[in-house]
Design a protein around this ligand. Structure first.
Ligand code: GAL
Length: 419
């Protein structure tokens, strides 16, 4: 081989290896693993919209979507708990603002404070003042809220109601009368799904029966779980269950919402992620579906907030911070929320980007009395919530209100503020 040829070959090898380094597979420093349970209808689409913004802003970081299927995170949260226990955290995960965040991840020292990001990004000026205490402990802010969801929404099929001469109910009694009428006409009054959707229904019936002050009192110990008014609330809940489809245990929340959309049931109580699902299904607001506050909860917004955290010991800390910046940004939230069926946590999003339902939710969020959701992490820590959930599971089988109520009293004593 002559020297000229050898020289050219060496140059070629160097050039090729430079090219491979530039275009080759990303190194482990160049990825971010983000954990949630947004795989289902409406939910994945919302996340994808935010990932798109992330990719445009961070073309060199591979987004590893570690979502685990299952509404309300029932499966995902179990997977997350075992990963955290094994010291194998995802870089960032979805944790609800409130007791889920503070009573679990902060308490167990699993996440980093994010005050530096709030300062850098000016988020204190654009995040609601009411939300900051729910994601803070001892002056440290621990998560980045991406949205506000509403739990106490009654979805209905407008045609079924008008065909049966039923006005949208505003009180529990009106709701019961409407459901009696539907039942007599051979129509399933209420679509219901798996266990967590029953917990979700329970929290809205507690709110409807007790009103916002006494509902709040359940969580700070000032409302007695053993009182006659809680008995009445549980009796109401028992009655509501009698109007539901019998195969609820095997239905996801999407299945249950679909019963309403497809004209197989009149009502469904579900958070407004259902609005995201209806958009994905190509349905039209006020034609294919209508909405109202759960009867008895008008003027009250039972809220929850999805927020993202930074794992302590995140394997890809810088990339995780890049993700959190997008999650807290106007562009990220404006891409995510109109699709997810939620309103922005930020106060400066453009209202025109949102559909009819979400515009009404924005108005309600700014004018209603705000209370927190149980099922989605705001008002009770994980152990209390899980004791309530176990008591509910037993009640669904036994229908024994007295036994249910004493289990709820015991749960507040063992894991809540009751003495
Ligand atoms: C909630 C979550 C919502 C939605 C819902 C149904 O816990 O906050 O964003 O995903 O579960 O899966």
């Amino acid at each position: 081989m002559n020297r000229k040829l050898a020289y050219s070959l060496v140059s070629l090898v160097i050039a090729l290896s430079m090219l491979l380094t530039a275009c080759g597979p990303t190194t482990s420093g160049n990825e971010v693993e983000v954990f949630s349970w947004w795989t289902g209808g409406g939910e994945a689409a919302g996340l994808d919209a935010m990932i798109k913004v992330f990719k445009a802003e961070n073309p060199n970081i591979t987004f590893n979507n570690a979502a685990v299927a299952g509404g309300a995170g029932t499966n995902a949260r179990a997977v997350l708990a075992s990963r955290l226990q094994a010291g194998d955290p995802p870089d960032s995960w979805q944790g609800h603002a409130g007791q889920e965040l503070i009573g679990t991840y902060v308490k167990d020292d699993k996440i980093e404070p994010l005050n530096f990001l709030y300062e850098q990004e000016g988020w204190l000026n654009v995040m609601p003042k009411t939300l900051i205490p729910l994601i803070s402990e001892n002056g440290n802010i621990y998560s980045v809220p991406v949205n506000i969801h509403r739990a106490n929404v009654l979805w209905y099929n407008p045609k079924i109601l008008s065909d049966n001469g039923i006005a949208v109910p505003t009180t529990l009694d009106e709701w019961f009368a409407a459901m009696d009428k539907l039942q007599a006409a051979g129509i399933t009054p209420l679509a219901l799904g798996e266990q967590w959707t029953k917990l979700h229904l329970l929290e809205t019936v507690l709110l409807a029966s007790l009103g916002p002050d006494k509902y709040n009192g359940l969580w700070d110990g000032s409302t007695d779980w053993g009182s006659p008014e809680v008995t009445t609330a549980l009796e109401n809940f028992k009655k509501v269950l009698t109007y539901a489809n019998s195969d609820s245990a095997s239905l996801s929340w999407q299945d249950a919402s679909q019963l309403v959309i497809n004209g197989n049931a009149a009502f469904n109580v579900m958070g407004d992620w259902a609005a995201g699902y209806f958009i994905e299904l190509g349905k039209t607001a006020n034609v294919d579906y209508g909405w109202a506050p759960v009867p008895g909860t008008g003027g009250v917004f039972q809220f929850l907030s999805d927020s993202f955290v930074l794992a302590k010991g995140a394997p890809h800390r810088d990339a995780a911070i890049a993700w959190l910046k997008v999650a807290g940004s106007k562009a990220g939230q404006e891409a995510f929320n109109p699709v997810k069926g939620s309103i922005c946590a930020r106060t400066d999003c453009d209202k025109a980007l949102f559909g009819e339902y979400l515009q009404s939710a924005m108005d309600d969020w700014s004018t209603n009395i705000v209370v927190g959701s149980l099922t989605h992490g705001v008002v009770a820590n994980d152990s209390w919530k899980s004791e309530i959930d176990t008591a509910l599971g037993a009640f669904v089988g036994s229908q024994d209100v007295a036994a249910f109520q004493s289990a709820l009293v015991a749960a507040c004593k063992s894991s809540g503020p009751c003495k």
